[in-house]
Design a protein around this ligand. Sequence first.
Ligand code: ATP
Ligand code: MG
Length: 758
Amino acid sequence: MQNLLHNLNPEQLAAVTLPAQSALILAGAGSGKTRVLTTRIAWLIQTGQVSPNGVLAVTFTNKSAKEMLTRLSAMLPINTRGMWIGTFHGLCNRLLRAHHRDAGLPQTFQILDSGDQLAFIKRLLKANTIDDEKYPAKTLMYFINSAKEQGLRAAQVDAYDDFNRKMVALYDLYDLQCQREGVVDFAELLLRTYELLSRNQPLREHYQARFKHILVDEFQDTNDLQYKWLKLMAGTQGAVFAVGDDDQSIYAFRGANVGNMSAFEKEFRVENLIKLEQNYRSHGHILDTANALIEHNSKRLGKNLRTDAGHGELVRVFEASSDIQEAQWITEEAKNLIRDGFERSQIAILYRSNAQSRVIEHALFSANVPYRVYGGQRYFDRAEVKHAIAYLQLMDNPHNDSAFLRVVNFPTRGIGARSIEQLQDAAKQYNISLYAAVPYVAGKAGSSLGNFVKLIEGARFETQNLPLPEMVQVVLDLSTLITHYQSEKEGADRIENLEQLVNAATLFVSEEGFGHDAPALAGPASRPANTLIANDQGIEIIDADAALPTVMSPLSAFLSHASLEAGDNQAQVGQDALQLMTVHAAKGLEFDAVFIGGLEEGLFPHENSSQEESGVEEERRLMYVAITRARQRLYMTFSQTRMLHGQTRYNMRSRFFDEMPEESLKWLSPKIQATWFARPKSAWDEAPESGANAIAQQISKHQTSTGWRIGENVAHAKFGEGVIVNIEGSGSNARAHINFGKFGMKLLDLSIAKLEKC
Ligand code: ATP
Ligand code: MG
């Protein structure tokens, strides 16, 4: 016991050892929330208040779940394998697999990650000849997901106009199609579990009695459905231990509702609200910077953070003239850090948008600095891997039309668009899957399609007794994917990725505890005698732990893993390489040194958010998350010009600089008047101090034959009033750089932009 608790401060100790009631730990970044949560699980088990299988812990990413399990096994001599620690999605998947029949799902249901979901919706729109200009796939996807995240089925959504009525109808159609194909999207995993437990009382009571302690990390980012799910799981007796930080709520755009924290306090009758105020992560100047920044937010629950670590170094700020120079500077500085003894994996480069990573990667690559990018394209998202996975999916569930369409003619086997059309017609006519419709297609098309079905059936037959890794190997061979890429010019990388899939399967089997020799396709075996548990009313329930080995084959489990991992935007255990990721992906992590790049208006805060105060507040929280990832050293950089999406943009430096304490910052480049670009016209005269903006010099001499003048005030239908700061090209090719104030700098084609003089 001594060991578990002796490293905690008094508030942390109080939190860890709270009685078995619901509690809220509200505390800032780096104050030990995750550590407290993990220690509490260990303490509850060690003191015999709960057995390992009575704990349900929800983490934000698969990676943090794994980390928590590793820490727990270091703290306690127990087998953590059976513990229910995972993300909402992972936990729901586990429940739905075990109770698939009650949930109305096929045993081998498959999970659509967000990329799959979008493709699925596009296919649905096309098959129903819906005008996707009027009803864009992305809009529909957002509509469906946000309805599901509020716990609403199509029939429960209020449609107040024609457009919404159509969206509701499409949502309904979408759900029907998913059901027919045996696939579920991420939000569906939660909603299905919620519905299952709401309507099935014996099952609900079984799990409520089993999970006496529910612990939730990053509680501020739960959405409405997740909150309702927790309420249902806890019932009237369960104790929910929630830890979170309202200042780190960064998923409002995905439906997260920070209001859940105050709702939780009331609805769970929280008597114990504990605040942790000591930060163990960051040195003083870093913490002061974060604290001062977040004070500019109005909607806060209010708390303080202090550190005993001393002031440490000042936060370094650098202004670059271009994004390329910014990247080179970061690279040089990172090399210096490595020379000074920082481990590569302890250096992170964070950015607001994925698009920013390309230039940084280029600079690191040219300088031979090893790096790893997280949250970009994941292994399981690579085209060749998706192809191989599609073959495996079809062997597990042939009614998955997305998988069918992906590989029916890949590698090419003479099945053209016309044959697919015939097949789709047949499937529609009989309301069956494409796979099932193959026998209804006649002629040559029918026989080529029939050969594809034979290929899948043959692969199933040949691998039925093989363990998962060997099955994957056979499928790679039979599908001729490897042979196909051998004939491609740049196929070597793809072949390597495909071969990696065998390793991924081997690792998965050993981590998940499937016997190495267990056949991958193990069908629904007869129920072991000891799986029946009678509840209070004598109704027999099969607990998921007992049911799972009989209903989930290693192949199904592996396919779920591939989808859930693909959806996980989180970093994995770092090799000895620099860590590149978005700020969102860095949540919960910490590094000795952190660079935050692209601190410019329009980028961070992002232009999509900067119009509304609530948007800016969310961006500020995101910046707070970014700053508080750093332990010892923090760099913040911005650039005068940046190429983004094929456009050169001239951005003002981020307003966040004006919100951070001057005494904690060290400007490595001369500090220029922040408002310089914001002021139209006369501002040019004051610019020169900087030398920073070459544009300024061009401006005075520029007078073109385009009918427009540099320095002229103009109005644009979308961006409002602005001032022309530069003109390039001439005649019909002329383009102008225009500063639109709050919309930032835009490069517009003068012959198209329909500008007005004002
Ligand atoms: P975030 O809000 O970023 O998720 P957090 O509140 O979850 O942060 P942790 O990650 O649990 O914070 O802890 C931050 C760091 O402080 C970790 O390295 C942790 O090991 C360390 N730490 C926490 N409590 C103590 C303590 N009492 N003594 C020493 N180190 C501690
Ligand atoms: Mg944490």
